[in-house]
Design a protein around this ligand. Structure first.
Ligand code: 13P
Ligand code: SF4
Length: 447
């Protein structure tokens, strides 16, 4: 439950593993971070086994990555600066002693008492134990629209990840307060682009071509300072729902775009808009000029940041082929954060909201293989018993950061709110707020 571990001994590299285990539930989620693999996210089905079995499993998985065996596993106490994780907040232990029924009862009661002052938003990937309490559920676009509209609520409790809560804070009024029940709920993809690296890339690009030729576009899965960076330079934000509209808008004004942090959303969208692959270059922030020659920078229409989602990268083209072979007539629907090789083999591609809408509206008896986060797919399976719904990967792909928002954290933050102490408030620094809002509002006007 939010504890970090350091693993060492693999070719002298240090590994950081952050865990989102809930021993009472069926699944543990593990993020493994190291220098060479920016983030590997695994979710293992532990089925209520003891922690020893977990460590043995992790040891086996890590040893597959490396020829030298894993030597030590060290528990890190307190704050872990690399991941921004920390051990349980004070007072939370008591909430983990409550049964699921007790948690449900107390969340319902706290919600009722806070009803006039509080809005609870839940992203489509949230686990059911918190999703069922949301006043509104949806994708990143829909939730940012709700946050912007509901000026009547003093508190917005955001069951999602940090970039979503930051977006809500930017779009709400100064007197409204946004709360993220667990501050460790980040997004590994958002962490793949930071302001220093993006400023360096911008400098390198504009050393070769004039600044006025390129629009910076950030996927909403990014920190507030990156949204501000885009706003200040005539750029904007996009979500998986409106990426095409946003990119079209940008090309009506300037000839090139710098798209970050998700290469896959950028590539999949631009390809569908008819932009040839040879006009898109990958930007590796670890290399000078992103690994591109000046000639390549001059010729490119699209610069794609080398970021990706650790959950969606688990879906592979062979999974699509396997389903097509095993289940004739099956429709494959995936999120645009999947690789181009997966997207190209799929029938449909779209945001979490689009996936839910499409499968829900499909005729009874239809068959679906879905390439997005597991909580969403399991919910769709349960809510559509008249259809065959399958998860596209044989691995359990779950967003381990979304998973950190659980019933104990939700109840803890609600009861603290009631007692007048606001925990885990998300406040975007004043310096970023103005231009980040410009970038978001440009998007919302087009969305
Ligand atoms: P949606 O905007 O489609 O909900 O996606 C958000 C996200 O983080 C998907 O990984
Ligand atoms: Fe970030 Fe991927 Fe989780 Fe979405 S699914 S919040 S992109 S890590």
């Amino acid at each position: 439950m939010g504890t970090s571990y350091r693993f060492s001994g693999l070719k002298n590299r240090g590994f950081l593993i952050s865990s989102a285990f809930s021993w009472d539930c069926m699944i543990g989620a593990v993020d493994i971070v190291d220098r060479d693999y920016p983030l590997i996210s695994w979710v293992a089905p532990f089925y209520n086994k003891a922690p020893d079995c977990l460590w043995n499993w992790i040891r086996e998985e890590l040893n597959k990555l490396d020829s030298e065996p894993l030597k030590t596993i060290e528990k890190l106490e307190g704050m872990d600066s690399a991941l921004g994780l920390k051990t349980l907040d004070a007072g939370l232990e008591d909430y983990y002693r409550l049964s699921p029924d007790q948690l449900d009862e107390r969340i319902t009661a706290a919600k009722t008492r806070l009803a006039d002052r509080m809005l609870l938003l839940g992203h489509n990937y949230q686990r059911d134990e918190v999703y069922k309490f949301a006043d509104y559920t949806g994708d990143s676009l829909r939730l940012s629209q709700y946050a912007a509209q509901r000026r009547d609520k003093e508190y917005i409790v955001f069951c999602g990840v940090k970039f979503m809560a930051e977006t809500a804070d930017i779009l709400t009024q100064p007197e409204q307060k946004v709360i993220l029940p667990d501050l460790a709920a980040g997004c590994s993809m958002a962490d793949m682009a930071d302001i220093d690296a993006v400023e360096t890339a911008w400098q390198e690009i504009t050393d070769v071509i004039p600044e006025s030729t390129t629009t910076p576009i950030t996927y909403i899965n990014s920190a507030a300072d990156l949204k501000a960076f885009c706003g200040e330079r005539g750029g904007l934000v996009c979500t998986s729902t409106n990426a095409e509209k946003i990119i079209r808008w940008a090309f009506e004004r300037r000839e090139k775009i710098l798209f970050f942090p998700d290469q896959h959303l950028g590539r999949n969208t631009c390809k569908r808009m008819g932009i040839p692959l040879n006009e898109m270059v990958l930007w590796d922030p670890a290399k000078p000029n992103g690994g591109n020659s000046s000639e390549a920078i001059r010729k490119a229409k699209v610069f794609l940041w080398q970021g990706f989602c650790s959950v969606h990268q688990m879906f592979q083209p062979q999974h699509v082929e396997l389903f097509r072979k095993q289940y004739p007539g099956i429709k494959v629907i995936v999120h645009p954060e999947c690789s181009m090789e997966v997207a190209d083999r799929s029938d449909l591609i779209g945001s979490t909201e689009y996936i839910i809408r499409t499968v829900t509206a499909a005729p009874a008896g239809s068959r679906w293989a879905i390439g997005t986060e597991l909580n969403l797919v399991n919910r769709l399976k349960r809510d559509n018993p008249d259809k065959e719904v399958y998860f596209l990967s044989p691995m359990v792909c779950m967003c381990s950061t979304m998973f950190r928002i659980d019933a104990p954290h939700l109840l803890w933050s609600l009861e603290r709110l009631e007692s007048g102490s606001i925990v885990n408030q998300i406040v975007v620094p004043e310096a970023d707020r103005y231009w980040a809002k410009v970038a978001l509002e440009r998007m919302l006007q087009l969305a």
